[in-house]
Design a protein around this ligand. Structure first.
Ligand SMILES: [Ca+2]
Length: 282
């Protein structure tokens, strides 16, 4: 499948800053050339084996040094385009999802600061109508809040969160427990989902302390009424542990790698291909 067509890229760029539209750095040029694309990684219901949603991830040109998202984010920082680039990635994810037409739930990454900026650039009704115009239902969108930097203004973030909910979208807190995703943000924005950082999930059966940490996170989730998602499930032992801990959703290479198309994951039920693509047609 081709990358985002240049004409579609133009549509996304009209929402963004002149700095990204006219910048002369490598990242700004990559963005304008339409050479970035999205891949989608499944999030799986660990009880039923159905695919619950996909997370959109940005990628640079294949085979280039700019393929990995961390490299792209570093370039964006150096060109002082970080928040603009994040918004470009979020819009690109939504637009690509609309083009795919699978209709399932989509998790889209965005930092707290970029979210605040997005809602200062565009009103909530306008954002909602743009998402609709790309063929994506707002109620099928979950914004994953990341914290690349400490949240500068919690009051503005809470206001932005209210706007997101008013537009019909849900919220998730990304990478909880990695040191950048804080309990304060959890308690302030009360996300629908919290993603437990892979640090606590990988090889958990050999790490009794991590087992206790995940149990503690479950306790917090019960207080706030939050649904948990385990990141980084890479082995059947990790999967078994998450099921024993009754974590409802999971993500990781065992369950499905990022791909340009939505896909069937194969390892949820001990190797049986039990995942149902019909789950995408929510
Ligand atoms: Ca994420």
């Amino acid at each position: 499948m081709a990358s985002i067509a240049p004409i579609a890229c133009e549509q996304v760029l009209t929402f963004l800053s002149p700095a990204l539209r006219h910048g002369q750095g490598l990242l700004a040029k990559l963005v304008r050339s339409g050479r970035l694309h999205c891949v989608f990684q499944p999030l799986v219901d660990l009880r039923s084996g159905n695919i619950h949603a996909h997370e959109a991830l940005i990628r640079g040109p294949e085979g280039s040094a700019c393929y990995a998202p961390d490299v792209l984010l570093d370039l964006a920082r150096r060109e002082q385009l970080l928040q603009e680039f994040e918004l470009f990635c979020a819009y690109t994810a939504l637009q690509t999802w609309g083009q795919l037409g699978t209709g399932g739930r989509l998790f889209v990454n965005i930092s707290a600061n970029a979210l605040v900026q997005a809602l200062s650039l565009s009103s909530t009704p306008r954002l909602a109508s743009v998402v609709r115009s790309w063929g994506v239902k707002a109620r099928m969108v979950v914004l994953e809040i990341t914290e690349h930097e400490r949240v500068a203004d919690m009051a503005r973030l809470c206001h932005a969160v209210q706007s997101v909910r008013a537009a019909g979208m849900q919220l998730a807190l990304d990478d909880f427990g990695d040191g950048r995703s804080s309990l304060r943000v959890w308690s302030e924005i009360k996300p629908d989902f919290v993603k437990i950082d892979k640090y606590f999930v990988r090889d958990i059966s050999a790490q009794s302390q991590n087992w206790q940490m995940v149990q503690a996170i479950k306790g917090i989730a019960q207080v706030f009424g939050t649904t948990l998602i385990a990141e980084g499930i890479e082995t059947t032992a990790d999967l078994q542990a998450m099921r024993e801990l009754e974590i409802p959703y999971g993500q990781g290479w065992l369950l499905g790698r990022p791909a340009r198309h939505t896909q069937r994951a194969t390892s949820c039920n001990d190797g049986q291909a039990a995942l149902q693509l019909e789950a995408l047609a929510a």
